[in-house]
Design a protein around this ligand. Structure first.
Ligand SMILES: [Zn+2]
Ligand SMILES: [Zn+2]
Ligand SMILES: [Zn+2]
Ligand SMILES: [Zn+2]
Ligand SMILES: [Zn+2]
Ligand SMILES: [Zn+2]
Ligand SMILES: [Zn+2]
Ligand SMILES: [Zn+2]
Length: 260
């Protein structure tokens, strides 16, 4: 596209550019800020997002009616600004707003809050958050992990394709953070902390200790030994070392011990 500029006027963003950001971060649900709703292809109903769909459809009284939305199957969306139903795309065909500042064509995923650093992982086949540069895809675990875990994590076949042992949510595409325990089992970070708060330090799946207990012991030791006792021992040790050094120097300085 050609670039137009004029020396006499200050550069202002073209109207279509400002239009794109209209209503940004002002619409959406508790899960995502976005400017469209989705028509669920499974039940033909309109929802703010797939989590809203799954929450509603997962709690139906008739178990046969319960189901989950297949995100890639979403074809139609409804613009929240002008209410026009249309084929999924980033920009509304009718009013010209971004229906999501971030839009993934594969996942049909919209999010106005780009601070989350969304990116699509081809191997995972879903969008993730946290910035592409901060993650790598582990083919064994079958998931994206933080780069500081590269070559440095218990690598277990499909370890992320499992359910959190505390809240039973499927971990692979959970929107909550996940942690790998030292045993290789996985669970939500939040569920892990909750467990730790209740002084549960064992993996709920295999009962292995999930913390490095030596750290805890160290901490306990420091609490038990109060400062006075510690001071006494420190002094005592100081005196002892002083005596040793003097004795050593004395011995070394004594010509009698010179080798010959
Ligand atoms: Zn449905
Ligand atoms: Zn939602
Ligand atoms: Zn619109
Ligand atoms: Zn995606
Ligand atoms: Zn991945
Ligand atoms: Zn791995
Ligand atoms: Zn959980
Ligand atoms: Zn375990």
């Amino acid at each position: 596209m050609a670039e137009f500029s004029s020396a006499s006027t200050l550069p202002t963003p073209p109207e279509s550019q400002t239009r794109l950001h209209f209503g940004k971060l002002q619409h959406g649900c508790e899960h995502y800020k976005r400017r469209c709703k989705i028509r669920a292809p499974c039940c033909n109903q309109i929802f703010s997002c797939r989590h809203c769909h799954n929450d509603a459809m997962g709690s139906l009284s008739d178990p046969k009616e319960r189901h989950e939305l297949v995100r890639r199957d979403v074809k139609q969306v409804i613009c929240s600004i002008c209410d026009t139903e249309q084929e999924a795309a980033k920009v509304c065909a009718n009013c010209g707003v971004n229906m999501g500042e971030y839009y993934c064509e594969i996942c049909k995923f919209y999010d106005d809050n780009t601070e989350k650093g969304q990116f699509h992982c081809d191997e995972c086949g879903i969008c993730r958050v946290g910035g592409r540069d901060n993650f790598f895809h582990c083919p064994t675990c079958g998931s994206c992990y933080s780069v500081n875990l590269q070559g440095n994590h218990p690598c277990v076949e499909n370890s992320m394709k499992s359910f959190c042992p505390v809240c039973y949510e499927y971990l692979f595409d959970s929107i909550k953070g996940t942690t790998i325990m030292t045993c290789g089992h996985t669970m939500h970070m939040d569920c892990f902390y909750e467990m730790a708060e209740q002084n549960q330090y064992r993996c709920p799946i295999c009962s292995k200790t999930v913390f490095d207990m030596s750290r805890s012991w160290e901490h306990l030791d420091q609490e038990i030994i109060d400062d006075q006792i510690l001071g006494f021992f420190a002094n005592f040790r100081g005196i002892f070392i002083f005596v040793l050094v003097i004795a050593y120097l004395f011995v070394m300085a004594d010509p009698m011990y010179e080798g010959n």
